[in-house]
Design a protein around this ligand. Sequence first.
Ligand code: HEC
Length: 478
Amino acid sequence: MGRLLLRQDGEEGPVSSALTLVRLASENPLDFCLGWAILNGRCACWHRLTSRGECVMRVLSVLTGVCAALLVLGVAGIADAEAAAGAPTFAKDVAPILYENCVACHRPNHLAPMSLITYSDARPWARAVKAKVLSKEMPPWGADSSIRAYNNDASLTQAEIDTIAAWVDGGSLEGNAADLPEAPQFADGWSIGEPDLIFTFLEPFTVPADGTVPYSYVTVPTNLKEDVWISAHEFRPGDRRVVHHVIAQVMEDDGKPATGEVRLQRDRTRARAEGASVGGYVPNRIGTVYEDGVAVRLPAGADIEAQMHYTTIGEVVEDVSSWGVVLADPSETRPREAGGGQVINVRFDIEPGNADYAVTANRTIGQDTYLATMMPHMHVRGKSAKYTVTRPDGSSEVALWIPNYDFNWQLNYRLAEPIYMPKGSVIEAEFHYDNSGNNRFNPDPTAEVHWGDQTWEEMMLGYYGTVEGPVTDTTTGQ
Ligand code: HEC
């Protein structure tokens, strides 16, 4: 109770003056009040001041007001008094933040370990919630948004973080049920609308009850007889509880039929279809709908190769995941093509113990286009990632800066304003790795680390997505 009383948001009145006293005292450790016990008009104070008299004086100066106020409110009204004094409540202040930023993952039978929808769901996790939002581990978001804006920015504002912290410090009050916003509804169906085509795993993937499932590569045929343009795509996990994230690539037709075989390595014999995409998956970002007039080309005969990252949940699960795509309206003029590629460097030798090993890679852009998205991919030693665009005129800008890379979250950062890259521009990626013992994810700081698919090996893969500029000459269709 005393802890709750420490909150005070400038409200006037007797409660406020009592709170001020408590706060004043608590701010000065040599002269502090340990707290008030206030029960039905019986007010007592433990006060550690230089003189008892001083204590009594101070206490008396506010005692009347405090007792009066609390008598009016009654014991049952204590929570209201505190709320009135400004302690945030779940219903009014915190639920809206959780609904907007957390429950896409933190809801029943979803990926995150617990639901944060109701007060009784969230209350036991209050301290953990405060810790994770203060450390910015939750919601997952790596980019420094102060240098560039992203339209899928998941980070909380400082005001939201402060509200959550104050709610927990104020005793994690429930508040008034009437204030509670309606919990968001999550459609079981497709977020992109009804797909025109659905590509599905040929065989179920068996996820064991426990242990770690190695990254697994599953190939899914599209059976497309001709190239198609798609205006939206979405990955749909067969069982959301076990699908952590998915990175999907489109492979060109090489005449070989896709089989249901699961591999532990990507298939190096196959060529990627540059720029084609059916979307990957991170639990809080569902489908991708391209802006009007923008579409991705999927080539005839393409196969999808998906790197599946599964987590175990204590029971055996059979997962059959799929992709849905919406075809672009054929009556429209040729869409602006969404494309992309990767900057990649496979040659590096990260020395044992090196806490800051840099690897760079770059790629020259062959035609005028816009940089729209970026997704750096490293494994457990990944530390930071930066993408820079340098134009032929020498001007350059940082497109993405991730100071604390976390390999658990394979996030795709979507620029709020795509960056123009005239032909000849260079995208450079600079990734850093921490192979020291200070990296808590490092399985072996004594190992020299090279490129490899397995999590104990490393990768330096900077995926990026582009979108063509507006088509200016409609007569020639160029
Ligand atoms: C992208 C999905 C996602 C979003 C969005 C998300 N979380 Fe999480 N959260 C997870 C997953 C998965 C875990 C468990 C794995 C981990 O700890 O990294 C987790 C773990 C946590 C934990 C630690 C639980 C424990 O076992 O100690 C807390 C607390 C938490 N999240 C709070 C939040 C809050 C608060 C928000 C919103 C402000 C949020 N999360 C947003 C997916 C998410």
